[in-house]
Write a protein that binds this ligand. Structure first.
Ligand SMILES: NC(=O)c1ccc[n+]([C@@H]2O[C@H](COP(=O)([O-])OP(=O)(O)OC[C@H]3O[C@@H](n4cnc5c(N)ncnc54)[C@H](O)[C@@H]3O)[C@@H](O)[C@H]2O)c1
Ligand SMILES: O=C(O)[C@@H]1CCCCN1
Length: 309
């Protein structure tokens, strides 16, 4: 077993953003073609009722690159102020010939980076052409990775953050690599924003369609259970809705299921040209996370690490 060294040490240095974004773009496009070369069942989720948590199992096999991987991820609703992490992931990479585990990797950085990179692909295709204002709702791991990836991939005139904890939002702004405006309310944070990332553990809507500028793009990464929401019905029904996986959204997205919104297309269908990017409309990319994203990310890390041994 090749054990990943200090948490995050290997992944951060090895997930160079451009190779990661291009690999993810390719695999999402391939996924939406539903060819035989890619096997990814919908995530299995084991509810841990009495602990307010879930264990997700995310296997994937990419035949062309011969990548066999599974991520195990424990995720929880935590009380405000809890010091426990809400998401803890471990990634296993296998030798597909022998079935032997090639590497056991900490999944924290892989999860943070690949999620933000996929959101950046949706923004590249769907945000207004002259987007100026980025708004982050949430100040946790996903908000940080989205800030890092989005400010590296795009140029915004203004970046705003809102968190239910003002202190955490201020801490986020202090630690960010550039100027970030801390907003006291979601309404003020999203007003006039061109790109809105919702990265919270909310289970009830916190982003309302009436506040969202026409033509804006919303990358919604939270609310990954069928009864969790971040977005209200108006936004889900008025926007053009894209998802990472139709099956995943139908099984897990409370924003899609409870609003009854129509899913217009998968991100991968836009990437491979089978569905249009309706950039001039208000758009939502509902992201739930996919094992194939972890697989290509883990393989990038492993190959880079191996080349340095
Ligand atoms: N789409 C994906 O691929 C993907 C990947 C990883 C995590 N996630 C999801 O993204 C969300 C954020 O993950 P994270 O790792 O950043 O978590 P985190 O715990 O690091 O941050 C969560 C943020 O949400 C805020 N929050 C918590 N409860 C809230 C509420 N009721 N209302 C408003 N804000 C609230 C917290 O204050 C914090 O700022 C989680 O729901 C997680 O399951 C999605
Ligand atoms: O795809 C992921 O990594 C996350 C795990 C937590 C629940 C939402 N999806």
């Amino acid at each position: 077993l090749k054990r990943c060294r200090k948490k995050g040490e290997v992944s951060v240095t090895h997930l160079k953003r451009y190779s990661l974004i291009s690999r993810l773009e390719a695999v999402m496009g391939e996924f939406s073609q539903r060819g035989a070369g890619l096997v990814q069942p919908v995530r299995s989720v084991v509810p841990l009722q009495k602990h307010g948590g879930f264990l997700g199992l995310m296997p994937a096999y990419l035949a062309h690159e011969d990548i066999l991987c599974t991520k195990m991820v424990a995720f929880y609703q935590r009380e405000q102020g809890s010091s426990l992490p809400t998401t803890q992931a471990t990634v296993l990479l296998f030798d597909p010939v022998s079935g032997v585990v090639s590497a056991v990797m900490d999944g924290e950085v892989i999860t943070a980076r690949r999620t933000a990179a996929v959101s950046a692909i949706s923004a590249k295709l769907l945000m207004p052409r002259h987007a100026e204002i980025l708004c982050l709702l949430g100040s946790g791991h996903q908000a940080v990775s989205h800030y890092e990836v989005f400010t590296q991939a795009f140029t915004f005139k203004e970046v705003r953050v809102w968190s239910r904890s003002k202190e955490r939002a201020e801490e986020f702004a202090r630690a960010a690599g550039g100027p970030v405006t801390v907003c006291p309310s979601v309404k003020e944070a999203v007003e006039g924003a061109d790109v809105i990332v919702t990265a919270t553990n909310a289970s009830e809507p916190l982003l309302f369609g009436k506040w969202v500028k026409s033509g804006a793009h919303v990358a919604a990464v939270g609310a990954c259970r069928p009864d969790w929401r971040e977005l209200d019905d108006d936004l889900m029904r008025d926007a053009v809705v894209y998802v990472d996986s139709r099956e995943g959204a139908a099984a897990e997205s409370g924003d899609v299921i409870l609003s009854g919104a129509e899913v217009f297309a998968e991100l991968g269908e836009m990437i491979n040209g089978s569905m249009p990017a309706q950039r001039d409309k208000t758009t939502v990319f509902k992201s739930l996370g996919m094992g194939i994203q972890d697989a290509v990310s883990a393989k990038l890390v492993y190959d880079k690490w191996k080349s340095q041994q």
